[in-house]
Ligand binder design. Sequence first.
Ligand code: ZN
Length: 321
Amino acid sequence: MDSDSPITIITASEFLRHDTGGSDHPEAPERMLAITDRLAEGYLANRIHHLPPRPAEREQLLAFHTEGWLFRFEESVLSGRTYIDHPDNQVGYDSYEIATLSAGSGLVGVDLVEAEPGGIVFCQTRPPGHHAEPNQPYGFCFFNNCVIAARYWQRQYGRRRVCVFDFDAHHGNGIQTAFEEDAETSYISIHEHPSFSYPGTGWAEERGIGAGKGTILNLPLPPGAGEEQVLRIFPKIRQFLQENRPDVLIVGAGFDAHRDDDMSGLAFTVELYRKLGVFVHEIAEEFTQNRVVSILEGGYNLRRLGSCVEAYLLGLAERGA
Ligand SMILES: [Zn+2]
């Protein structure tokens, strides 16, 4: 990536049609508009290209999810249910279709990185994915977008060693489920400590199972943690990458650790998201020959989300600093 690399945002107006029941639900369509508006008027406006996603195919979803979950999800929305399993997981009639499109965003991102290495690729997508388990939705997530992109990268391009780096405020339990027994994949998560935060997984002691031992790096932070604590764990991440030697990197880019976001007690700033972008740029250059795709996870403060995403992209796009 150099200083004038194109920035591709993979997104679609269809993401507005995943109906979470109105203004009480934090995972609202307005999240997309907050990002789009900010990027359109901000520093990066002239460098941004947009690309539409395509729906993930059934086989691609089945690389992680069970057939039973696909049937149950589709049937639930078509029969008019308003949530699945828990009121967190609000759905509307179009939600199955939109979730397949959300999952497909990462696949378009992977294709783009393989075709044109060195560009910056950000999937501005909803519903998010990292809590979704093989057979059930969890925490606003229905299909695990990062895992589906990881399995696609392996199968389509033979990039066997996939690492997901997830800096959403919450632990991506579904990604850990997918990877914890797998020697080829690895998962790094920065999140608020599970004693204080949803979903209650992501303890530092969870490091992988069997053949996957040592492939999980959980970095829980105490409430109130911000830049100082995050910068201190960057060397641990580099050390882990040296041990796990990924071919490619997927970033679970969540922005709900911002200090003004009600969904966590963390105290990240817009400037810290820029530094996270710089860090991702550096590790992608050092370890994965710049093969990196970022996929939006959480981020719910509509007054901050756009600035956080913009700062992260600025960090990805600018060297060093
Ligand atoms: Zn989150």
